[in-house]
Design a binder for this molecule. Sequence first.
Ligand code: NAD
Length: 472
Amino acid sequence: MPTTTADIAATVSGAREVFDSGVTRPLAARTAGLRALRAMLTENEAAFEAALWSDLHKGAGEAQLTEIGVVLAEISHTLRHLRRWSRSRRGPVPLGLWPARARLVPEPLGVVLVIAPWNYPMQLLLDPLVGVLAAGNTAVLKPSELAPETSALIARLVPAYFPDGTVRVVEGAVPEATELLAQRFDHIVFTGSGTVGRIVMRAAAEHLTPVTLELGGKSPVWFDDDAHLDQAARRLVWAKFTNAGQTCVAPDYVMTTPDRVPALVEALGRAITDLWGADLRASEDYGRIVDERQFDRLVSLLDGTNVVIGGDHDRAERYLAPTVVTLSGDRLSVGPDAAHPVLREEIFGPVLPVVAVDSAEQAIDVVNAWDKPLALYVFTSSARTRRLFEQRTSSGAVVHDAGLIHVAASGLPFGGVGASGMGAYHGRYSWNAFSHLKPVLRKPLAFDTLRLAQPPFGGLGSRLAQRVMRRG
Ligand code: NAD
C-alpha cells in the first residue's frame, strides 16, 4: 500500500495515466467498472459484514441495509440509467447565431479523490465511487483510518477487482491525507467534519480543484403528532440509534411543546425496548462507539442534563446505551452560545435531547438561529406545520414522518447547504457532479452570417444583426 510521499504521488499519477489513455471513456468500460464494483461487494459480503462488525459492532442486518445494500442499489440505479445519461443532447442555438448547431456532450473530469469518514466506512467511500466510475473518471480512494478493518479490506480487494488501475486506494490518517491533498485532482469528494472540510477546500483551492463537501451538523426534529405518538417514536429511535447514533443525518435533538415531553419520553422508551430488547448490551443489532475519544466526549455531554432514558455505559466495550435527556433552563438556543454542551455541537452518538419550546414557530427560530442543518425531520399531522418548516427553514433535506430514508433514494440529490455541505450526489446528481457538460457548436462556413458581427459596423445588415442578437 502506498504510504510514502513518493508512493502517493505515483498512485495519483498512475490514475492520471490510466485516465489519459482514454480506456475509461467508452460506455462499455464504465459499465464494466460498475459491474466490477458490484462483484467486489457481492463476492465478499461476508468479509464486509465481518469488517463492519469489527470496526463498529455493526450487525449483519444493519450492514446490509445501510452499507452494502445502499451501494448495490446505487449501482443498479446507475446501470439502469447510464446509457440515457451518457447520450449527448441537442442544445438550443439563438436566432442571432443561426445557422449553427449545438450539442451538449458530457465528458469525465479526470482523476477524482474520495475521502471518507468512519461512521459508514463502506457506503460513504463506495457510493461516490459509483458516480465517479459511471461518468468515466478514475479514482483514488482514502478510507477512514478509524474503521481499520473496512479500510484494509477495501485496500486488499480494489487491486483485485480493478487490475487496470482505474481505482486505487491510499490508506492512512492525517499525514497520508495531507500528502494526497497536495496532489492535483480534477474533483474531490469529501465526507466528514466541517473542520477537515475547510482544510480540504483550502488544499483544493491551490489547484483550483472543485469539491463536493458532505459535512454534518445538528439535524433537528419537530414533533407534535399526538395521534401517532408510538409510530413517530419508533421511527425516531430507529433513525437516532441506528449505528449508535453515529450517522450524519441522525436526528440530533427533538423539539416539542412542554406538555408533550412526558408522553414523548415514555413512548421513546417503549420504542427502544421494542427495537433492541430489554438487554441492549446483549443486542447484536446495537452498535458501539468508534473509539475511546468519541466515547469520552459523548459521556461528558451528559453532564448537566437530566438523563431520562439510558445513560449507562462501559468504556472497555465502548458501549453507551440509547440515551434520552431533557434540559432545564428557559433560554433555549442551539449552537456555540447554547447553555448546555449537548446543544453546542453535533452529538454524533446515542444521546437524544428532548427540548421544550413554545410552538412550531419558536422551533423554526431555533433552527434558523444557527448553521443550516443537513436534514430536518417533522412529525406532525398538520399540513400547515409541514409547510411552515418547508418554507421558513433551509436544510439539506426535509423528511416528514421519518428519518434517514432520503439517503436511500438514489433518484434524489443528497447533500447539505451552507455549513452542512456543498454540492450533492447520488444517481443523476452524481453524474452531474462528476461530469462536465460540454457545449459543442458548429457554424457552417457557407451562408456566413458571422460577417454581420464583424466590422465595419453601421450598415443595415449589422444593425439588423444587433437587433436579432438582443432578442436572444
Ligand atoms: P473527519 O473530518 O475527522 O474525517 C474524515 C476523513 O478526513 C477521514 O478519512 C480522515 O482521515 C480525513 N482527515 C482527518 N483529518 C484530516 C486532515 N487534517 N487533512 C486531511 N484529511 C483529514 O470526520 P469523521 O470523524 O470521520 O466523521 C464525522 C463527521 O463526518 C461528522 O461531522 C459527520 O456529520 C460527518 N459526516 C457527514 C456525512 C454526510 O454525508 N454529509 C456522512 C458521514 C459523516
